[in-house]
Unconditional design. Structure first.
Length: 269
């Protein structure tokens, strides 16, 4: 198991601690399968963090535990001073697919979490908030359009609005743009950066893409397999706001190579 000191970011975050995991582990099949072991990390207010690792290393399991969808076998998960023991209103989650209901308009999809939680009257009352979010992501004028009339990127932007409409404390992102083409993915990453900055959101991204993790994050956690554990926390010291031009800079390349080297090292340990 990697010690907490070994995976601490290289510099202190400026925001208040929001999400804290201490010694989190997860086993399956009567403890025969160890999916996670000794995961300890802290997310700070307004920070953007990513976790990257090989397929099957436990990234999605970690995200499900953070979302309260499955319990840890050991350790503690605390959000805003309260243990996470199940799904909560202050946790927003976004998946690889937009999963919009085709029979509901864009705005009806956005307010769906409020309708499920508080009823139709509350959802109708939230339309103004939803319209503001749709404008924020560049979907003004598409409020009454059905999902079949939206491009993949537009559908993912609508899904971002659906995640934000309940004003969660933390955003958990499970490779939300992996199904998009490269150009659309780059555009959506810049949009995500802008939205998180404007909303002062605390965000945590699971990704297989090292450049995506570097361009978005303040800290990239490198996950090692067998069992899943955090091997290193790499602080990304690029200035903000980030731009796609940074991808060609020597510093960006050095960060990518550092993370790639650590992943390669862990693959053969």
């Amino acid at each position: 198991m990697v010690s907490t000191a070994a995976i601490a970011p290289e510099r202190l975050e400026t925001g208040e601690p929001v999400y804290e995991l201490s010694g989190v582990g997860k086993t399956y099949a009567r403890n025969a399968i160890h999916a996670l072991e000794g995961v300890t990390l802290t997310l700070h207010q307004g920070s953007f963090s990513s976790v990257i690792g090989s397929s099957g290393c436990g990234k999605s399991t970690l995200l499900k535990i953070m979302a309260g969808l499955i319990p840890p076998s050991r350790g503690r998960v605390v959000l805003a001073g309260r243990p996470v023991t199940g799904p909560r209103r202050d946790i927003g989650m976004m998946f690889q697919q937009a999963t919009l209901f085709p029979w509901r308009t864009t705005i009806e999809n956005v307010v769906l979490p409020i309708e499920i939680r508080d009823g139709r009257a509350a959802a109708r009352a939230a339309h103004d908030k939803a319209r503001g979010l749709l404008e924020l992501v560049g979907l003004k004028g598409f409020e009454d359009v059905y999902p079949g009339q939206l491009s993949g990127g537009m559908a993912q932007r609508a899904a971002i609005c659906r995640m934000l409409v309940t004003e969660p404390t933390v955003l958990l992102l499970d490779e939300p743009f992996s199904a998009l083409d490269e150009l659309s993915r780059d555009f959506m990453n810049m949009e995500l950066q802008r939205i998180c900055h404007e909303k002062e959101a605390t965000s945590f991204l699971v990704t297989h893409s090292i450049p995506e993790a570097v361009i978005l994050s303040d800290v990239v956690y490198v996950m090692a397999p067998r069992p899943g554990r955090l091997a290193e926390a790499v602080t990304i010291d690029l200035p903000r706001p980030r731009t796609l031009d940074m991808i060609t800079t020597p510093r960006f390349g050095a960060l990518v190579e550092r993370i790639r080297g650590r992943l390669d090292k862990e693959a053969f340990l």
